[in-house]
Write a protein that binds this ligand. Sequence first.
Ligand code: TNX
Length: 754
Amino acid sequence: MKKFLVSSLGLLLSFAAVAQQTPTTVSIIPQPTSVQTLPGSFKPSKQTLILYGDAEARKVADLLNTYLKNNHGINLTVHQSKAMAVKNQIMVIQDKNLPPEGYTLLVNDQMIQLRGNGAGLFYGLQTLQQLISGEGPNVAVPSVKISDEPRFAYRGLMLDAGRHFFPVSYIKQFIDVMAQYKFNRFQWHLTEDQGWRIEIQQYPRLQEISSTRKETVVGHAARSKTFDGKPHGGYYTQEQVREIVKYAADRYITIIPEIEMPGHSEAALAAYPNLGCTGGPYEVFTSWGVNNEVYCAGNDSVYTFLENVLTEVMDLFPSKYIHIGGDECPKERWKSCPKCQARIKALGLKDEHALQSYFIQRMEKFLNSKGRQIIGWDEILEGGLAPNATVMSWRGEAGGIAAAKQQHDVIMTPNTYLYLDYYQGNPSTEPLTIGGFLPLQSVYNYEPLPHSLTPAEQKYIKGVQANLWTEYIATPEAADYMLWPRALAVSEITWSGEDKKNYASFLERMPAQLARMDKAGIPFRIPEPAGLENNVTTDSRTTVTLKPLVEGATIYYTTDGSEPTLNSTRYTGPVALHLRREPVIIKCIVVTASGRKSSVYSASYLRRDYKAASNATPTNKGATFSAYFRAFKQAKQISGTADSSGVQSSFDIRPFLSKDAFSLAYEGYLKVDSDAIYEFNLKCDDGAVLYVDDELELDNDGEHAPLDKTAILPLRKGFHKVKLLYFNAGGGAELNLGVRTKGSAVNLRNSLFH
Ligand code: TNX
């Protein structure tokens, strides 16, 4: 017995020695250009020195010391030194030979050496901070060799402080977290229909009147006529603005102020009604949406007002770029305004779009004369682009593509990927948002350089920004919930090379970052656990393996349909389910180390028999269609005499897009090569339904924006009859049916016969 104990101890010891030699995997976001993990780690002691070469390096050395003190309970000594790092030293060195904003980080069991070019030193520090673990005597940094530099020079986030006012403390926290993930531009949206948020000393009524609305619409503005009766307001004093600009600059973030014009300006008109076409009266807008009350483009006092405002703004913000909005300016008032019409005539302009272009160009000329450049939303392309303007492409990528072709600089902020005010999960378990659907993976998959541009044109794409519009985001907590973790994906889009992007790897690295945020008290959205996915099998048993995507979090779940609580079963390993013909629903909550709870997330698990193959043996490729040049109310109702018919090799609505409204009924057979579980994904705008072997399997019916649904079906080898009904009632049109064996990427849509 004794002998056995000794030998097993020996075994344990040798295991430990081996374990020490294996490099730890590291979880850095955004993924660096190159990371090499090495065996061992650096363990600072009381005698460890932090050394710096010059003033800029000193700032970073001090920041590191403060970070170690506040987060890991150790306090080191900081010294100047020109010598190279030796044993037990952390050396911070400026190196102008590195690429702009680039850095290298070397950690071994003897020392740490951080070299960086300008902001690169600070970014190296952010990486180093992500590597440090432990408290006091247990603090350790895994041995690594990293070299890193950003993909894009402009890496931005926008916060709309107009719709809701956010306190200075939150703006600083927002900047702090941005800096940790290597963002370097903060677009601060400061004026809106619903509130003017920056002190302008020459115009005190902007503070007195424009900064506060009397009440706010309750619920979704498109469906609600109820108001809360509570005033909402606030503005940043010039002193606060200066403080925030410096705070950001200390973290290598440039703040780009946005002063909106000519639209989104009713709050200013409420204070100075002579600046509008009708003279008012106006009130600070209490609902959301595009507002007809805009600055008058025919009145010179409007330009004087805006020049005076911008003069104070330029004094506060050293940024080379000033954002002047330019989006969503309805032309209703201009059309019936004698002054606007007189200006159109006097200048020989074509129409009101050309008048908007004149407005923007006049403001650009003013700002250029003061040494600044303008950025505007992509509407500034309409009616002619101002000569030096940078375009922010928000209505998808089209504006950015057009601007790059005209050799203008572009920042990509497409609402199709980067609008963080859109839903990130199932709306039934999410707080109310403006609409849309951009879950983490959709954001992550965004590639900013459009393939339709030549490499020379792609050079005009200077960077990427995600926007947080705040109509439905009233508090700092709500803002953090919408931002994180999606803005982590944005950080990787903006910083990491295209070849470094890998969603599976991102999901591996994210949990450590979310644990960090949890510790820092940032109320990010707790993601659904990995592995919680609807499934269908032909067996009566299945096992479900879950993994929380926040390090240190716990999952509690039920399988009886009841709502999970902290008293429900705690997930400790794969859950074996006994499946019946009725779905078993797993409902779970994820609880972080700090005790924060997620919404209830669920997935259904169902047993189903194989669908037998059809007796038909069609030999002609493609599907038949019947087309109707009108919309039905529901796809399910599509029937009757068609306006045209024919055969298509796959489902393709393009030939019908010239019709305002149309409906299509497709029939055919899908050939599958083996008994397997197949996944059908139906994305459509408007509604569509799919029947397989005469059974309704996917119901994505009704008038709606693009929406996708998935059905999982066990199919026997052979032919299966498919019927796809689709209608478009006008507006956007899309129909996409993906078919694949579960877990594979191959689309079988082309295995169609009729
Ligand atoms: C469009 S993006 C807007 C904003 C809204 C946003 C909501 C842009 C330039 N204009 O005013 O807040 O949609 O998603």
